[in-house]
Design a protein around this ligand. Sequence first.
Ligand code: HEM
Length: 154
Amino acid sequence: MDFEKFKKEKVFQRGRGGSDPQHLEDERLFHALLERHDEIERSTKKIEGGIESVTRVLSKDPELVKILQEHAVGMKKRFDGGRAIRSWDPLFTRLFDERGKIKMRWEMLEDGIKVTLKGEEEEIRALIDLHDETLHAFVNHGFKAAKEESPYRP
Ligand code: HEM
């Protein structure tokens, strides 16, 4: 694939995000997270069948904690409702297509969110790991990572 061309044209494989109120709200949340990425910390450990991740706001700023929590749960709802996001990015297209095979559970924390993601098949667990690597890159590099194909590996 001509990657430079792909990046410029951003081929939307599952439709464009759109500009309806829900999309604008989703965008507002992940933009705030990307902008304030250096106030966020994420750690992941392997568990039976998948991963457990804890994402925290270092300052415990209640506004950013709320944004993070609403984002994580909002993305799950968005996928369950059949609406893709970042569909120019092949990893997110796959995540969207396989959403029924990824089991997500969450627990709200005072300063963030704890999430477990599990899949029965090896292939799905590999996808979960790539998504996790992507979120770590978003947390470490913000917009720089978000504008590249996932996972961003500088
Ligand atoms: C610093 C930036 C970001 C942070 C801290 C963040 C955080 C999170 C967290 C905590 C989850 C829950 C799953 C998990 O913990 O493994 C999540 C899921 C997700 N996020 Fe983000 N996110 C960020 C940026 C983005 C961006 C830019 C997008 C897309 C445009 C995005 C799309 C998603 C999607 C699609 C899911 C999965 C929902 C599902 O599995 O059903 N995130 N994010």
